[in-house]
Design a binder for this molecule. Structure first.
Ligand SMILES: *Cc1c(COP(=O)(O)O)cnc(C)c1O
Length: 484
């Protein structure tokens, strides 16, 4: 970094804050709590503001550029969502307040439950889980409990396709069940024969992402869900890719029994830094009694409708304190209300159109392992003819020099040198064209000057990181202190 660190511009006596006179009596702190020689930087307010604003601009962000990180749905987050979730009526309520004093907040949750039910086709929704992975754990626990209560306690296996997101096997393991991997067929679908071979009375169910992480809609989906049911199992839907289906089809109609929503993806909440998110779970009527709570319900008394909370009778129990991440619920509610029925459908249509357009622009240069029309994202191989030692990672790093966030690399695992690209519906044709041009230019560079790619990025504040050291807990901490 060429910019000075705060410690370097520190001058004795400079100060960026003025504390108000205390309105309580001064008290002496016990000796030993105060350190005379604490080396805090002394800087003016303007220096401090510039320091932090500069730091805030070192990372790429959806608000500063294209962010085609596949599977993450990094769509633009409308700013009206932020205004809504900061309204004092939403920020200044307390989860322990009596329900009659928070009817507005409950109404928002109740309506959101209804919207998600309408969108997914599932009659019962719990808003409590805090993220997609948390929804998965919740859903698997619900499936297990439902089968145990049917007396089928020997069931202890969840089938997970090899294209699945890593959270699927992880949450299954956390639930205490065993994971068995199901291979994909040559067209990127669940391999029906392999599935059949694993269906028996040990199976709790199948966890399926549709469209899957290759961006493909399973061509045998109804047959897959039918066979799992026939074997006495249940089907879990990983709803992270709901962006492709909004307003077009409902997961409940496709044979799923449980589904999590990633509100922060499909319904827009900033999630680049890892949270907070929200992963509500929807279930069929048969599973409704097992949902975690509290869930908001409408009652009627003499004065009219009244919103209250209930815990489903055979609930797996709460999975998070109180109501889940309420701020994310407000954003999702606002997003849905702003777009309406027509707008939500256009989200899915444009997400799919944008992905197919981008794919059509680069597919002659970047190999496409599963040659099909994609949904909202697609996976190509980061391998360029005539440049044998250029890898997906090199291409991604070079994209940063062109001002783009790299796509997802090396996932899904079943594609060699995977580059997983999700443009989302919010990007213009001009942006998609600029990104395609960059990828095509990079392919030329790869042939002419592969070293340029191996050493990229060249324009970012830090150049190529040592991938091992960068993610090692001992070396990944940022350097703020002098001399580091
Ligand atoms: C993002 C994602 C998840 C996990 O969701 P989180 O909200 O990040 O916990 C699971 N499956 C798929 C396909 C995803 O893209």
């Amino acid at each position: 970094m060429t910019e000075p660190l705060l410690y370097e511009i520190s001058r004795p006596g400079r100060c960026s804050c003025r504390l108000p006179e205390p309105d309580v009596p001064r008290a002496e702190l016990p000796a030993g709590y105060l350190r005379e020689e604490l080396p805090l930087p002394e800087v003016s307010e303007v220096d401090l503001v510039r320091h932090y604003v500069r730091l805030s601009q070192l990372n790429h962000a959806v608000d500063t550029g294209f962010y085609p990180l596949g599977s993450c749905t990094m769509k633009y987050n409308p700013k009206v969502n932020e205004a809504m979730c900061r309204l004092p009526g939403f920020t200044q309520v307390h989860p322990l307040q009596p329900v009659d004093s928070v009817q507005g907040a409950l109404a928002l949750m109740y309506e959101l439950q209804g919207f998600l039910a309408e969108i997914s086709g599932f009659p019962a929704i719990s808003l409590q889980p805090a993220a997609g992975a948390h929804g998965e754990l919740t859903g698997v626990l619900i499936m297990r409990k439902a089968l145990y209560e049917r007396g089928e306690r020997q069931r202890d296996v969840i089938l997970v396709p090899d294209s699945a997101h890593g959270t699927n096997p992880a949450s299954t393991s956390m639930s205490g069940l065993k994971v068995v991997e199901i291979p994909s067929d040559a067209r990127g679908n669940v391999d029906l024969e392999a599935l059949q071979a694993h269906l028996n009375d040990r199976v709790v169910g199948l966890m399926l992402t549709n469209p899957n992480t290759l961006g493909l809609f399973d061509e045998h989906l109804l047959e897959v869900t039918r066979r799992v049911h026939e074997a006495g199992g249940l089907v879990y839907g990983d709803g992270a890719n709901l962006n492709a289906l909004l307003g077009i089809c409902k997961p409940a109609d496709l044979g799923f029994d449980v589904l999590h929503f990633n509100l922060h993806k499909t319904f827009s909440t900033p999630h680049g830094g890892g949270g907070p998110g929200s992963g509500p779970v929807g279930v069929t009527a048969e599973l409704a009694d097992f949902l975690p709570g509290p869930i908001v319900a409408e009652h009627y008394d003499e004065e009219g409708p009244f919103l209250d909370l209930y815990m489903p009778p055979r609930s797996i129990g709460p999975v998070k304190s109180f109501y889940g991440n309420f701020g994310v619920l407000v954003r999702a509610y606002t997003y849905i209300r702003m777009l309406g029925v027509e707008g939500l459908r256009r989200v899915a249509e444009n997400a799919v159109l944008n992905a197919n357009y981008l794919l059509s622009r680069i597919r002659d240069v970047y190999p496409l392992p599963y040659d099909r029309t994609c949904m909202h994202e697609f996976v190509v191989e980061g391998r360029i003819e005539g440049a044998p030692d250029v890898r997906a990672l090199d291409i991604s790093k070079r994209l940063m020099d062109y001002g783009f966030h790299p796509p997802t690399n090396y996932f899904p695992l079943i594609v060699h040198e995977a580059l997983m690209i999700e443009p989302t519906e919010t990007e213009s044709k001009e942006t998609l064209d600029a990104f395609a041009e960059a990828l095509l230019k990079i392919a030329e560079e790869a042939r002419e000057d592969p070293e340029l790619l191996h050493t990229a990025p060249h324009t970012t504040p830090l150049s190529r990181l040592d991938e091992v050291r960068a993610s090692h807990p001992k070396t990944m901490r940022l350097c703020y202190a002098p001399g580091c």
